[in-house]
Design a protein around this ligand. Structure first.
Ligand code: NAP
Length: 248
C-alpha cells in the first residue's frame, strides 16, 4: 500500500496533530497550509522524526488551480496518495446572520465546502480503481456545529459543515465500488487557534461546563479518531460519522 497522506490545513491545530499521528503510523505526509510557512516547516520537521518523507505545500484549497498544484506536487515528490484528510476550515468573527455580508458567507463556503469538494475530486481521480488506482480513504473534518447550528456565533460556518456532512454521505456511496472509503469526524470544542478567528480565544473554557464530559478536547483526540478512519481497522466503515465532542 502507498502510505502517503495529504492533510489540508495542517500547519497547526487538528491538522498538525493528524499529520504527526499519521507519520507515527508510517505515512509519508504532505502538510498543506495557507500562509504560515514557519509553522508548516515546524510540522514537517516533527513529522520527519518518525523517519518518513514529508513536504509542505502552500496552497489555498478554495482555488481550483492551487488544489491541482497541491496534488501535482504530491504526485511528483511523494507519490500517489492513499489518504486525504479534508481538515482545512475557517470561520470569522461571531455575528448574527443579519450582520453577515455575502463576501464573508462566500469565503466560508469557498474554503469549507468548495475546497473540500475540489480536494476530493483530485484524490478520487488518483485513488479510483476504475482509473487503475489502488483505492484509498478520505476523512472529512466537519463539526458538531453542523448539528447545533451555532446561532449568534457563526451560522455560516455551521451550515458549511452541514454541507460537508452531506458530501460525506453522497460521496461515500458514489465511490465505494472504486475502493475508496469516505468518512467524517465531528469535533466539538477543541483547544486550537480557530477560536481566536471567531473573536473569542477562550471560548472552549467558557463552554466546557455545558458538556457532559466537562472539559475541552485536545487536537490529538481528534487525530486519534481520524487515524482509526484512515486505518484498515475501519475497513467496513464508510459514510459514517464519529462525534469527537465530549458527549454533546
Ligand atoms: P486552526 O488551528 O485555525 O488551523 C486551520 C488550518 O487551516 C491552518 O493550518 C491554516 O493554515 C489552514 N487553512 C485555512 N484556510 C486555508 C485554505 N484556504 N487553504 C489551505 N489551508 C487553509 O483550525 P482547527 O481548529 O485545527 O480546525 C481544523 C478543522 O477542524 C476545521 O475544519 C474546523 O472547522 C474543524 N473543527 C474545529 C473545532 C475546534 O474547536 N477547533 C471544532 C469543530 C471542528 P495557515 O496556518 O497557514 O493559515
Amino acid at each position: 500500500m502507498n502510505k502517503i497522506a495529504i492533510i489540508t490545513g495542517s500547519s497547526k491545530g487538528i491538522g498538525a496533530a493528524t499529520a504527526i499521528r499519521l507519520a507515527s503510523e508510517g505515512y509519508d505526509i504532505c502538510v498543506n497550509y495557507l500562509s504560515n510557512d514557519v509553522a508548516a516547516k515546524d510540522v514537517v520537521e516533527t513529522v520527519k522524526t518518525y523517519d518518513v518523507n514529508a513536504i509542505s505545500v502552500k496552497a489555498d484549497i478554495s482555488s481550483e488551480k492551487e488544489v491541482e498544484m497541491l496534488f501535482q506536487a504530491v504526485d511528483q515528490k511523494l507519490g500517489t496518495p492513499f489518504a486525504l484528510v479534508n481538515n482545512a476550515g475557517i470561520l470569522f468573527k461571531q455575528s448574527r446572520v443579519v450582520e453577515m455580508t455575502a463576501e464573508r458567507i462566500n469565503r466560508v463556503l469557498m474554503t469549507n465546502v468548495t475546497g473540500c469538494f475540489l480536494c476530493c475530486k483530485e484524490a478520487i481521480t488518483r485513488m479510483s480503481t476504475k482509473n487503475g488506482g489502488h483505492g484509498g480513504v478520505i476523512v472529512n473534518v466537519s463539526s458538531a456545529a453542523s448539528r447545533i447550528g451555532s446561532s449568534g456565533e457563526y451560522v455560516d460556518y455551521a451550515a458549511s459543515k452541514g454541507a460537508v456532512d452531506t458530501l460525506t454521505l453522497g460521496l461515500a456511496s458514489e465511490v465505494a465500488e472504486e475502493g475508496i472509503r469516505v468518512n467524517c469526524v465531528r469535533p466539538g470544542f477543541i483547544y486550537t487557534d480557530m477560536h481566536k478567528s471567531g473573536g473569542e480565544p477562550n471560548r472552549v473554557d467558557r463552554l466546557k461546563e455545558f458538556l457532559p464530559i466537562k472539559r475541552g478536547g485536545q487536537p490529538e483526540e481528534v487525530a486519534a479518531a481520524i487515524s482509526w478512519l484512515v486505518s484498515s481497522e475501519s475497513s467496513y466503515t464508510t459514510g459514517s460519522f464519529i462525534e469527537v465532542s465530549g458527549g454533546r
